[in-house]
Write a protein that binds this ligand. Sequence first.
Ligand code: NAP
Length: 247
Amino acid sequence: MIRAHVHGAQGRMGSAACAAIEAAPDIELCGRSGRHDDLAQALRRSRPDVLVEFTVPDAVERHLTVAIDAEVHVVSGTTGLPVELAARLGERAAQRGVAILLAPNFAIGVLLMQRFARQAAAWFSDVEIVERHHERKLDAPSGTARSTARQIAASLRALPPRRRAEPTGEGGGRGFVEAGVPIHALRLPGSLAHQEVIFGSPGETLTIRHDTLDRGAFMPGVLHAVRRIHTRRGLVDSLEVFLEDPP
Ligand SMILES: NC(=O)c1ccc[n+]([C@@H]2O[C@H](COP(=O)([O-])OP(=O)(O)OC[C@H]3O[C@@H](n4cnc5c(N)ncnc54)[C@H](OP(=O)(O)O)[C@@H]3O)[C@@H](O)[C@H]2O)c1
């Protein structure tokens, strides 16, 4: 049995993670805590192998430092972290012989969408991304769309020069351009998180589409990470490293 402790357990993602862990036959939910608990003390009581963390970006460094110093592996899904934080915490984790996963998206389908987009990028002359989210989402375009664009651009690097879309339309009419890839962001009630990566070449298009319909989408990825995190040391910055090792 793997022992897992959830911090942020009262939140939407934290409570979904608690329920998913309780339903998993090979993982024991040995502790749960939140904003008003002393995490160091809670970890001493629950003695977990893995801390699952879904809270707020400002508190992540404190939570992860406590877990690393207690020699507990971490699976964190809190988004909006400062870029330099990952390297700093990763170094500390490596020194303590534990691993920390900072995963901005636990939906396995999103990781596969990005992987397929990297593959297709070698074969099409043009690509654009359309992402759609609920109207309360503050950032636009989404982190997932920007990361997809960067991954596509990176997989183009070794290839012969090709036509890249340039931003031309007035007032952003041709979208936001990340790494040469135009991204179009829609914010509409009735949506959760959706993305299409549309490739075009003369005579054909290819659309790779992912829809997140509810928080259940994230739980297989969270459980998979809890089961695999002990195989690594230091920083793991995407769930993708564990995709080679399916359940
Ligand atoms: N990686 C992924 O796949 C993925 C998917 C969805 C969401 N997320 C991210 O996960 C995070 C949580 O999202 P959510 O929807 O669960 O938010 P939420 O419902 O607001 O839950 C956040 C939880 O964190 C707690 N919290 C706030 N400040 C804290 C602190 N200083 N110390 C300890 N706990 C604190 C909150 O406690 P109170 O209730 O007392 O305020 C609440 O229980 C966000 O960053 C979100 O973007 C990631």
